[in-house]
Design a protein around this ligand. Structure first.
Ligand code: ADP
Ligand code: MG
Ligand code: MG
Length: 480
């Protein structure tokens, strides 16, 4: 099972593991791999280590570099989709009829489209996630799980975890392995994007970092720390913005001089670390979101980029000819992106959707059924797929979902370290994320970069769920 990862005899050496676990936790604290506690999520008086694996997990070197190399193409793709209103209209037409959340986001999109965009600076910070599908010959293929165009997290912590795993491996007497862990600094890469957009706007302005009222993973946002010292940063909740009418500069763009908010600050950048699920929105928050979209501030993401990250758009991109539409005359780019697609299938009404239903019901274990949701824990697997599809297969409600091939990565043994969870050897699956940062000014792409990576690993007992959902933990690729 090791596949050039950590040998089984090391994993089974209980005395060594016990010592390493203590070393690992101390190292996490010393390196800033931190989280606030469940009991005091809004205070840094008490912090603990963020959950992580005891050992790094093997990732084939070529596949790893393939994922990094395709990122700038994905950045361009997301940006192109966000500017193509007829594509977004068509791709999401069925979804917005039945999915209220996407429908409300789409209403905001239509509103700003009609009024005209207020801001020509576009800032994209995203994370494209992959799993490595195991082929019959033992090789692995990089398959995209999804791309997150809003609130892509853990860039901060991922910048600190390489040192922790290197230290653990050294203490375990595996110096050579420790050299197979690459440096990683998404903090700096994402901050570069923010900084560039800010400079273009006018860097004497403030920016707002929109957070949840409960923020345990404060350190996942530490890339902001790079900027805090130089720039004017305020952590705010959406409620605050609404209460203080904090949407500045030409909120009413027919009145361009209406540029101060009630507390007198003009905001350059609104970064959404929140706002990606229905539970994030009260009626007042919806109004605040619209207000932000209409403002002069650079939105990260703007509403069209947010919509470009929906699962329905991902499925539509997999149709023949669609990538070609976005990259005319660039067949190599099309090939590189398409090589990372898993099978994706529509559930729209009609013969194509009927075929998808039949296929899923016949072999539910081969697929994942996905609604238009983010944040983990929303997808359906195996028997649940049949249960849900039997209920909705004759009605338009099925259009709220897409179907996707289930990616089957090679399982690896590891220990997952999480506060309050007893130590045990787990059979684990990993997901590789790659961060992208880009800034467009009018028609010019002035920055387009791969900003680093993130490996998350979970026990194979769980089909779904990320770090924040308490399922996956932080990890590092051990290049093999
Ligand atoms: P979310 O936006 O909620 O993170 P994802 O599409 O990333 O939605 O799905 C959540 C989790 O479900 C992933 O982190 C992964 O563990 C699992 N998952 C999603 N799609 C697949 C798939 N096609 N094959 C295998 N596992 C998947
Ligand atoms: Mg997501
Ligand atoms: Mg995900």
């Amino acid at each position: 099972m090791a596949a050039n990862g950590i040998p089984e005899d090391v994993l089974m050496d209980n005395d060594l593991i016990k010592d390493l676990v203590d070393v690992a936790k101390d190292s996490a604290l010393l390196n800033g791999v931190l989280m606030r506690t469940k009991e005091t999520p809004n205070s840094s008086e008490v912090v603990t280590y963020a959950p992580f694996t005891l050992f790094p997990s093997p990732v084939p070197e070529a596949t790893f570099h393939q994922a990094l190399a395709v990122q700038t193409h994905y950045n361009r793709l997301v940006d192109k989709i966000s500017q193509d209103s007829s594509f977004l209209e068509e791709a999401l037409a069925s979804t917005i009829k039945v999915d209220d959340f996407t429908g409300r986001l789409f209403n905001i999109y239509r509103h700003v489209l009609q009024e005209g965009k207020t801001q020509s600076i576009v800032l994209g910070l995203n994370r494209s996630d992959y799993m490595l599908d195991q082929n019959e010959d033992g090789s692995a293929s990089l398959k995209q799980i999804e791309i997150n165009t809003i609130a892509a997290s853990f860039g901060g912590l991922a910048s600190h975890t390489p040192n922790v795993h290197r230290h653990i491996l050294k203490v375990a007497g595996r110096l050579e392995d420790s050299k197979r862990i690459l440096d990683n600094n998404p903090s700096a890469g994402l901050a570069k994007g923010l900084s560039k957009a800010w400079d273009l706007y006018g860097s004497e302005r403030w920016w707002y970092f929109l957070v949840k009222s409960l923020l345990r993973s404060f350190a996942c946002s530490t890339y902001t720390n790079v900027l805090i010292l130089q720039h004017l940063l305020l952590m705010k909740t959406v409620e605050h913005c609404f209460a203080f009418n904090v949407m500045p500069c030409s909120l009413f763009h027919f009145c361009f001089v209406f540029c101060c908010c009630r507390d007198g600050r003009e905001v350059a950048i609104v970064y959404f670390r929140n706002g990606y699920m229905p539970q994030n929105y009260t009626e007042q928050n919806w109004e605040a979101r619209l207000m932000m979209e209409r403002s002069m501030a650079v939105k990260c993401p703007d509403i069209s980029t947010h919509l470009a990250g929906t699962k329905k758009v991902q499925q539509e991109l997999a149709r023949p000819g669609v990538l070609e539409r976005f990259f005319p005359g660039e067949p190599d780019v099309v090939d590189k992106i398409r090589a990372t697609f898993a099978g994706l299938y529509t559930l729209d009404m009609g013969p194509e959707g009927d075929k998808t239903v039949a296929m899923a019901l016949a072999k539910p274990d081969k697929f994942v059924l996905k609604p238009q949701r983010e944040g983990g824990g929303n997808n359906l697997y195996g028997a649940e797929i049949c249960q849900v599809l039997e209920g909705v297969k004759q009605s338009t409600e099925r259009m709220a979902y897409i179907l996707m091939d289930k990616v089957q990565p090679r399982p690896v043994h590891n220990y997952l370290l999480r506060l309050g969870t007893p130590l045990k050897l787990s059979t684990c699956l990993s997901e590789l994320g790659v961060f992208g940062a880009y800034v467009r000014h009018g028609q010019d792409m002035v920055l387009n970069e791969c900003a680093g990576h993130l490996l998350r690993t979970k026990s194979d007992e769980h089909s779904d769920g990320g770090v924040a959902a308490g399922v996956a933990v932080l990890d590092n690729p051990l290049l093999v």
